[in-house]
Unconditional design. Sequence first.
Length: 424
Amino acid sequence: MKYKLWVLVVLAGMMWACSDKGSSDAKGDHTGAPDDGRASDGDAASTDSAASDGDNNGHDATDAPKAGDTDSEGAGPADDSDTGAVPGGEEDTALYLDEDSDGWIALFDCDDHNPDVHPGADEIPGNGIDDNCNGLIDEDPIVTPTVPQYAELWYSSDNFLVYIQLSTEDGTVLDVQKSEFVGETLPRGQNGITMRPDGSLLLMRLEKDTMISSFYYIAEPPRDGSDIAPKPLGIMKDGLKLEALYTDCEGRLYGMDTGVDDGSAEGNQLIRFTGDVLEGDFDYVVVSDLSNATVADIDDMGPGIDADGNVTDNPGLAIDTGNIYAFDYQQGTGTLVGKGGSWGLHVLGAPLFDDAKTRAYVLDSNAKLYELIYDRDPQLGTLSFSLSEVLMTGPTPTTYPGSSAGWSGLSGPLTDCQSGFVLN
């Protein structure tokens, strides 16, 4: 409170000094108007003004600043050295204070009187508090892997599951095993697949003839080629036609709805499951409308790789019939960064490899696997991708002869990373 009063006294003193008769402002234009950093002063506006963020809201919503942030993308510091970004008035000024000294200004801190509550804090289940300021109270804590993680990839096609063992030294293929499904014949169609934090696999088959999305669960995926009986979970509600499944850094499950058909972007949307899918509850919320997205029709979602080689879940990578995009799944915007594969894509984190290098892989319609070799532009900090030689070729369909051998998404473990999804 003392800090508030001090700020008000300083601001009042500045207004009195600048309105004194016969005085000139700091720039010598003799208008008697204070220099508030706006272009209307007749000189260049402060580069730290609200206008510099491009949307005139005084901050960059993708990079919520902490108290004391003085760069041009910040929402305003807690000090008085950047007045171009701080609106006038006691209430507005209070938004830029950090009363609980937790490093977050009140504008972004949902409780500026509790230092344990701020964006990025650990959510404590059962305390009735939105600890991390994401708009949810007592949501499930971040889910971290509960089993050892391996350098491996998985996909499903026809009536089988394919396991690909990778070398921890250089990411090449060491072994490929095909497990036949028994007790349940999966329908002919495109397969979505994702690995859960406990190492289990969730499959979704979009039946080609009916466009029905059926779900299956494999609690303990075999790595030795032995037969497996997938557990049927049910059919996607509301007639949604899903092409891809995805698990983010915090263990949340997403689905890519292909909309009207699987050949256009019309009606495409990203959904997040809110029900317990493993119990047949397919309740969901829509995360984003992708009917006008940069990518025409997303076939598989994959984690992303940032400019430093770290894994991100959003922005991630998206593949659309061989076109690979760096893609923001909530905004529907992206950039073409490479070509290769067909419908399957996944990224494996650096901790899985001896050389501590993050690696990306794509699967084409003939079940040929490639590594996506990436190069970093040192000036722009962006990545571009090119294909390696063929690392392996998967088995040929026998239950549905003539079907594409690689009619599937690609999945594997997702190493620890910071989620980029913002919950609505």
